[in-house]
Design a protein around this ligand. Structure first.
Ligand code: MF3
Ligand code: CO
Ligand code: CO
Length: 258
């Protein structure tokens, strides 16, 4: 069953989304050559607290961190440790917060200082694929319209879409129905309706699509060692254009204070 959010629930979703977007923005700006992923995690924990929210990830299926930090060939669910990110690395940051019982989920991959042109193209194409997917989040469309738009953008640029992890509905729970694959799986998928809130999140590998999970039980890496990028927004389906709930500039001034 896909939850349709009431206007009251959407007010909380908008706040949670804005906070998640701002935390992600703060962390993305803060990342610099030489910082450890643990320092990124600690900085993020401080920003989540600053906005009066809680991490949606910490303790989720025993996940031990406030945000996911995934470097280079790490696709998603990377965990903070003593690794120092270097100039030229790419770092995927995934932020989920709970605020007034609702969740905002958003991710972005950033270059540390700068990166080579091929890596930059991977970031640009993945972000573009996210916006192509969001553009299909229209009433009457199906989930598969989002999937196909993402996949087309990615494959047009000779990159590949990860199959094993997908986008999802989001609300009181982090992972609600429907699942939102980033490729056409050939199944008949649900129709989109106003009031659905969706986390659309292409995970894109520069090389082959296959991934594996490290022995830590969480970190997802590409099998061929190629680099990977991840962009995500929480989006509301409306009667008209989709509304991106995790846009950082949407933070109300009372939450922005300080
Ligand atoms: N935020 C991730 C997603 O986009 C899920 C993180 S799972 C966790 O769906 F365990 F790492 F929190
Ligand atoms: Co996420
Ligand atoms: Co998500």
């Amino acid at each position: 069953m896909i939850v349709i959010k009431s206007e009251r629930e959407l007010e909380a979703m908008r706040l949670a989304g804005a906070i998640a977007g701002n935390v992600l923005d703060d962390v993305a700006t803060w990342v610099a050559p030489g910082v450890t992923t643990r320092e990124i995690e600690q900085y993020a924990a401080g920003r989540i607290k600053h906005y009066g929210a809680k991490s949606a990830f910490l303790g989720y299926r025993k996940y031990p961190c406030h945000i996911c930090v995934s470097v280079n060939e790490q696709v998603v669910h990377g965990m903070a440790d003593s690794r120092r990110v270097q100039y030229g690395d790419i770092v995927s940051l995934d932020v989920g917060v709970v605020y007034r019982e609702f969740i905002g989920d958003t991710a972005r991959t950033v270059a540390v200082g700068g990166c080579d042109l091929h890596a930059q193209k991977l970031l640009d194409v993945t972000e573009q694929a996210l916006y192509q997917g969001i553009a299909q989040a229209l009433p009457g469309n199906r989930v598969s319209d989002i999937s196909r738009a993402v996949q087309a953008e990615v494959e047009h640029h000779q990159f590949s879409v990860v199959r094993e992890f997908v986008g999802h509905g989001v609300g009181r729970s982090m992972h609600e129905e429907p699942q939102i694959p980033n490729y056409d799986d050939g199944k008949l998928s649900p129709r989109l309706r106003p009031g659905m809130t969706l986390a659309i999140e292409p995970m894109v590998n520069a090389g082959r699509p296959e991934v594996r999970i490290l022995s830590d039980g969480w970190t997802v890496v590409t099998q061929d060692g190629s680099w990977s990028a991840h962009f995500e927004h929480t989006v509301l389906v409306t009667e008209n254009e989709p509304e991106i709930l995790t846009w950082p500039e949407k933070m109300p001034s009372k939450l922005r204070a300080k």
